[in-house]
Design a protein. Sequence first.
Lengths: 529, 69, 385
Amino acid sequence: MSTLDTAVPGLHEEHHGPAKGLGRWLFTTNHKDIGTLYLWFSLLMFLTGGVMALLIRSELFQPGLQLVEPGFFNQLTTMHGLIMVFGAVMPAFVGLANWMVPLMIGAPDMALPRMNNWSFWILPFAFAILISTLFMDGGAPNFGWTFYAPLSTTYAPPSVTYFIFSIHIMGASSIMGAINIIATILNMRAPGMTMMKLPLFVWTWLITAFLLIAVMPVLAGVVTMMLMDIHFGTSFFNAAGGGDPVLFQHVFWFFGHPEVYIMILPAFGIVSQIIPTFSRKKLFGYASMVYATASIAVLSFLVWAHHMFTVGLPLAGELFFMFATMLIAVPTGVKVFNWVATMYRGSLTFETPMLFAVAFVVLFTIGGFSGLMLAIAPVDFQYHDTYFVVAHFHYVLVPGAIFSIMAGVYYWLPKWTGHMLDERMGKLHFWLSFIGVNITFFPMHFLGLAGMPRRIPDYALQFADFNMIASIGAFIFGFSQLLFVWNVIQNIRSREAATARVWEGAQGLEWEVPSPAPYHTHTTPPKVE
Amino acid sequence: MRDNSILRCWRALLGVLAGFFGVRSEAAREQDFKEGRALHFVVIGLLMAAGFVIFVIFLVRWALSLSGV
Amino acid sequence: MGTIRTIRTIISGLSLVLLPFTARAEWTVNLSPGVTEVSRSVYDLHMTIFWICVAIGCVVFGVMFWSIFHHRKSKGAKAHHFHEHTLVEIAWTLVPLGILVAMAVPATATLVKMYDPSEADLDIQITGYQWKWRYTYLDKDLDFFSNLATPREQIGNEEAKGDNYLLEVDRHLVLPTDTKIRLLLTANDVIHSWWVPALAVKKDAIPGFINEAWTRIDEPGIYRGQCAELCGQDHGFMPIVVEAVPPEQFQQWLAQVKAEKQAEAAAAEKSWTLDELMTQGEQVYLRACAACHQPTGTGVPPAFPALKGSPVALGDVGAHIDIVLNGRPGTAMQAFRDQLSATELAAVITYERNAWGNSTGEAVAPSQITRILEGNAETAGEGAQ
């Protein structure tokens, strides 16, 4: 039989082609199908969280309460944050990893295909539970995505228990996804694909996966402590019972700061694939990038309290976290220099994925600058919990993480569907997003410096102009994402066939298989020079 | 044999230092991956992270003693 | 930094178009230098780090845009296959490192200054409540709550908004200038954060713990701030107003407030009619109760129960008084015994028992509340022993 398989490769594929109907998606163990599921799910969550963002921005369009009650406003900001972080950004990266990691390392599939199916299919349930809280008595969680105790324990709405349960499910899903990616990268590489030849996207994901395994249990721990406080009479975070509300913040940010890197390291990986392709040049300082990523991952565990400069840390604590934060800013800056040096004296073209990647570098750097400013503890007393922080983390997450995901989707879409993208529409989407994102988030820097606190449904009159501008930008950005959906659907239905290599300067194993990638690829290990 | 393993640890130490600094040359990296052991890098990396913490703690103490607190 | 300039141009262009539609207000795009020595050093630090970022941005984006314009394939650029240059890489690591070390020095100095609340001449305890601030002048026998003063009609867009919309309170925190003032921050329920930008003071108020901060205000004036930590529904509606006055004027103010307090205690002893109590009760209710129980008394169940037709407001008056005075532990219902005067408490309870069709016809006399408060104070004192 084995001789037959190798002699007639087509036969093998037909035997194991995708099943028909809904069952294909429910029972699939194929990394491409699961990757697709993750990506569609993430898009759905992105649009859901986006609708909430637009509701928030509509309320903030003018001073005064117009659309929503303050209580519901808090539910909206909370759900927007949770859905975007856990529902949009993280599953999108897992989806990209599912699709691309086996293709890039020459593996036939993920190492643990059944667990792969399980880790995806518990996600829709987690988010169904989370979103259902909006319709419960007392409303959805309203304590912000950082859910500081005791607002999220003693003073929380009854739906907080559902929130805790859904966070547990999301955590389990992430851990399973991470285990799978690590097992795949360490065990399933094609012969000759040594660690030092791994594409940077694979490297960054390997490191991200270790971060996930390290911190998701911490998140699970902190929500379990909340659960105990709410239902079982403990006092972890209740000062009246001998607990400490600040303990919550330490535990949360011990998860939360590495989480920030979980959301940005794969983005670094994607951009490090795209920029060399369209510069027709090797990545400058590949080795440095790998080493710097690994060390950033380790050091990300040592800076958590820079999110807590105002809680009254002792002076020595403030200084420790300020110095440590400033020191680890350097390797992050080095990455930006590497991308710029890669473009320098290259042979550049600007197809849609490259546009998103370049915008990523520019706007992520602006987010990095505001991050540097926030690291200076005495000045952070003025920035903390204002719109300056909102501007900062949206700059690193929207034109950072989200732009990199879009760049990755446009970059690999021809490989998935076998069709070339309509460049004109892709560029239209890019420019509308780029303009929209800046109109939305740049004025927020000014708002924060002028003194507007975050998470307020109504504001003083001196903040009116910039809020109106930000809201207009949000609508431009939000509605231009419909173009993204349109582009993806048009691409699936298009007839313009893509070549196997797709992009002139593309390098790597994923471009050796035909476009669209057959249902089973690398069934016999490819040769790696 | 002994010399060899000391040399390896030394190389791993240099590699980790370079990682923290954020700069490593291609040739050095190739050597790291050819000769080094992953375990060495992980253990030394964690030790160095602990060293980093101690270094920053001393930095803080020094800064505090300078400003007379 | 080219992008930022373009963005700024776009933004200012857009706003010119929009200006006629927006509420008239001043434009602020930067931190204010503030009115204390600390706030000025914070401002200087902020500007230094900002210009450092601008300079780094110019270099990085300069090289990048140079490549984008000149190294295009369409202009016939051929890729130069260089990669790696250890010296360049070391340089671009060391230079930012040096800049950061240079930044760390003044930052540490400012932080050390901020952390030295010793030798203060005046101690103020600040307690965050859902959704108001309580100011206690330690050793001065003075203690009051400070509530949002913006009328609900302005928030609901039924009236034109005032100049200090959402940044005005019924009682200012009056502080003397040129005096080192120590602030002791804590909270009664959830975490709040006391922030006045002009003083560069932002410190979390955490239930069960006391945080320290300090300030020395140089110029008399009114400085406004807001709660900076999400603390529930009306987080956006608990502003802070600091009124800095010269020290002599501060002493006069202290004397005046004490006199007013005595007058109020005397008023509690006179006899009040139901109508008088209802009129004052409505005002108190709108200020202290309506945020949760709503102006119509319908509440927002289940978190904030309705008072209209409720068994509490229609039932035993003693139980009703007890809940208003002592709150309901474990719920959002606070103890109002310290927040309102005896007269205000009597008036608001009377109002709750007779408004929105709750027609018990019962009036609660302020003197009755005074007696309960005095009695409770004794029992509470014994309990604490």
